[in-house]
Design a protein around this ligand. Sequence first.
Ligand code: CU
Length: 307
Amino acid sequence: MLGLSPEEGAPLRPHDDSVPRPRGRRARFTAAIAGLSALALSGCAGQASDGFLPRGATQGAERVTNLWVGSWIAALAVGVLVWGLIIWCAVAYRRRRDDDGSLPVQLRYNVPVEILYTVVPVLMVAVFFYYTQRDESALLDTSKKPDVVVNVIGKQWSWDFNYVNEQVYEAGTHAQLTGKPGVEETLPTMYLPVNKRTEFVLTSRDVIHSFWVPAFLQKLDMIPGKVNRFQVVPTETGTFQGKCAELCGSYHSQMLFNVKVVDQAQYEQHISELKARGNTGQLDNGLNRSGIMPQDADKLKEAGIKQ
Ligand SMILES: [Cu+2]
């Protein structure tokens, strides 16, 4: 099959197909596997089509879901092939009752097989790389002009939000997990208008944090001294959970926030409420423990953010 010469790859032992096998057992086994698979797949058909991800609430979410599901399909196809070959080898070449105990033909190498298992994985990695790179650059593209710019500042262990165009801010304090209901209402809450392009400009006051809204299917690190950006267009109204996704110290698990995606009128009303509370201007990035790196300072200036 792979051009094995007799010295390189003589069959280890001949098959003995003259002994008929009991068919009933095999049929029962096949039926059991089919039954179990049907049971496993029918219970989760809806979620399985999303690769068990939360349903995405932004324009880019579909891209993430497709990449994720496609990668799993490719990985499972390879897995099924490899598991199949392993099981086939173990079954077809198992020790039999009439074996005389002598070793099969010993092989040192097999060039065609070695080339195959070097080239195929390299090709597989190249395909994964191509799709990942294509989607990553689309998701991190910030060339379009945003309608809303929010400078999100991560700090041990909460969040500050500067609404840059509106010149208002909200300062958060870390969640007090009391074990009683109602904690979510006490969390800092970022408001975003639905179907409008929002740019997040991420900075950190102290250590590395990661800005994560699971329903957006995207997260990005907040690195001291660096400015990271990405844009989303939320397509669904509602309240979504946000959290820090980078272990950042004792109360990392309490570094929580809410995102409320609302219509334009509610968004403007929230901005007026912040103004009425006296939260005007911006919380200063100059208070960060390490200053913004010179090569990233332009990104803040461009977005009109205080540093
Ligand atoms: Cu954190």
